[in-house]
Design a protein around this ligand. Structure first.
Ligand code: HEC
Length: 104
């Protein structure tokens, strides 16, 4: 009897824990990124939010973005996810560099 109660309690805790953690991985709001309606921003949001909250384009300099996007491509391959197409890479990189920090 008391064992059944314990197991029931554990079950409730598990549901609560999962419920909380899934809240965080909700969709990322595009509003806080520059030019949110542009094709580049949409593609950036679609492809760069799979694993982490995507950083602001202005968090890096334009010349730093190509290396990072390359590395993310590698991360995608390592994870057996669909790699970025050439077009996606170009579009996302263009977007990131357009709003990147300062000048190289
Ligand atoms: C397959 C999962 C995955 C996707 C998709 C992904 N990232 Fe990442 N990202 C990671 C991981 C893992 C790290 C930490 C390790 C690293 O830096 O490679 C990271 C780290 C980063 C960093 C910090 C690293 C640094 O050197 O400053 C930036 C910036 C970043 N990601 C941007 C992006 C952008 C932009 C995209 C879309 C093109 C993207 N990520 C897509 C997995 C991913």
């Amino acid at each position: 009897m008391s064992r059944a109660i314990k197991i029931g309690y554990l079950g409730v805790m598990l549901v609560l824990a999962v419920g909380c953690s899934s809240k965080q991985s909700g969709t990322v709001s595009l509003g806080s990124y520059p030019d949110p309606q542009s094709a580049g921003a949409k593609m950036f949001k679609a492809r760069c939010a799979e694993c982490h909250v995507p950083p602001q384009p202005s968090s890096r300099k334009a010349k730093e973005w190509p290396n990072i996007v390359d590395r993310m491509q590698h991360n995608l391959v390592m994870r057996s996810s669909k790699p970025l197409t050439d077009e996606e890479q170009r579009e996302i990189l263009g977007y990131l560099q357009k709003y990147a920090a300062g000048q190289s």
